[in-house]
Ligand binder design. Structure first.
Ligand SMILES: Cc1cc2nc3c(=O)[nH]c(=O)nc-3n(C[C@H](O)[C@H](O)[C@H](O)COP(=O)(O)OP(=O)(O)OC[C@H]3O[C@@H](n4cnc5c(N)ncnc54)[C@H](O)[C@@H]3O)c2cc1C
Length: 311
């Protein structure tokens, strides 16, 4: 109950532009965010990969920010990701990138957004890397999946995120399967109405498990990639148990987690032979993203408050 209220509160705060302009300037907020973000620059993000790579943990990068409202802004984000890919290659890091369509101008010019995605997919492919597309709130799902279908037709090294809290996702999986897609399944991070999303943890978890089992099973029939984007170790265990019972090896899917969250489990899973990938977020525009992370785990709020104290 309290967790549910806190989740709602932080998702509401995430939407406040007024707070978004002010809170990040407070020193304690900058201290609190360090736990989930190694820094604001590309170099900070790539630096964090070194320690992970020696443990066999691969990395995925995203520059924080959303909803670009002008073509020049979208172009700048595209150029930034090209630079990031070049830096990944130079650093010999086994890294991939994950982008938000609205950051590449989906709200401004859909054709130009697709052009940016194609250009980034080609650059990623040329260096043996991968382009992932994040999923934003439910009003973007149709357009994001259309973009992905068009992109995937010419660029196989591309994947898209699907959210298990959405009632429609089972149908979206069915629609995408013929493409032999790469899918990152997550629970979903936005505040969605009951009409489109399951609201209880029980329902979301049950849908996550059922979709994950379908995806892992299908990955034996076609050359797909399946990522479980979750820190829910119980769910990962349940998917692994289903896979083992069907004779599917544990490296048939990837476990994808956020930098700084359940780090011990990330290492334990990698050691146990699971394929683990860690998403490293960086950039100045972390306010909304951080509020969504606080919404996911009230204990993070206590951590943030502790940064206020001088000891
Ligand atoms: C790699 C990756 C990519 C993602 N991409 C997207 C996307 O494109 N679109 C989208 O809507 N969402 C995305 N998400 C976020 C996702 O939708 C969930 O909001 C988030 O992962 C929390 O849900 P959970 O599956 O970890 O389960 P939960 O049930 O929220 O948590 C499971 C356990 O993990 C712990 N935990 C969860 N989050 C945190 C945290 N921040 N700090 C500390 N402990 C935590 C919880 O305390 C709990 O014990 C992504 C998540 C990951 C890991």
């Amino acid at each position: 109950m309290i967790n549910g209220l806190l989740r709602k509160l932080f998702l509401l705060l995430a939407r406040s532009t007024w707070l978004g302009e002010r809170l990040p300037k407070l020193p304690f907020m900058a201290r609190a965010i360090r736990r989930l973000m190694p820094g604001t620059e590309i170099g900070d993000a790539l630096g964090a990969a070194v320690g992970l790579q020696v443990l066999g943990i691969r990395t995925l990068y995203t520059k924080l920010g959303e909803s670009i409202t002008d073509p020049a802004g979208a172009q700048a984000v595209h150029d930034h990701y090209l630079e990031l890919l070049a830096r990944i290659r130079e650093s010999e890091i086994d890294g991939e990138i994950s982008v938000k369509p609205t950051q590449l101008g989906l709200d401004v010019d859909e054709a130009a957004c697709l052009g940016h995605l194609k250009s980034l997919a080609a650059a990623a492919e040329a260096q043996g890397s991968y382009l992932w597309i994040d999923m934003e709130d439910s009003s973007y799902v149709d357009r994001t999946l259309d973009l992905y279908q068009r992109l995937r037709a010419s660029h196989p090294s591309t994947g898209v995120c699907l959210q298990a809290y959405l009632r429609r996702t089972a149908k979206d999986v069915e629609r995408l399967l013929p493409l032999a897609p790469a899918i990152r399944l997550v629970k979903g991070a936005y505040d969605e109405p009951k009409s489109v999303a399951f609201r209880s943890k029980k329902e979301v978890d049950a849908n996550f498990l059922s979709l994950a089992v379908i995806l892992v099973r299908e990955s034996r029939q076609r050359p797909m990639r399946v990522g479980l984007g979750t820190h829910d170790i119980d769910l990962v265990d349940q998917v692994a148990t289903h896979a083992a019972a069907a004779g599917i090896p544990k490296d048939a899917f990837e476990v994808q987690m956020l930098y700084g969250v359940r780090a011990k489990d990330q290492r334990r899973l990698a050691k146990a032979g699971f394929r683990v990938q860690v998403l490293i977020a960086y950039g100045d525009a972390w306010y909304r993203w951080y509020m969504r992370r606080l919404a996911e785990r009230p204990a993070n709020v206590l951590f943030a408050i502790r940064q206020l104290l001088p000891w």
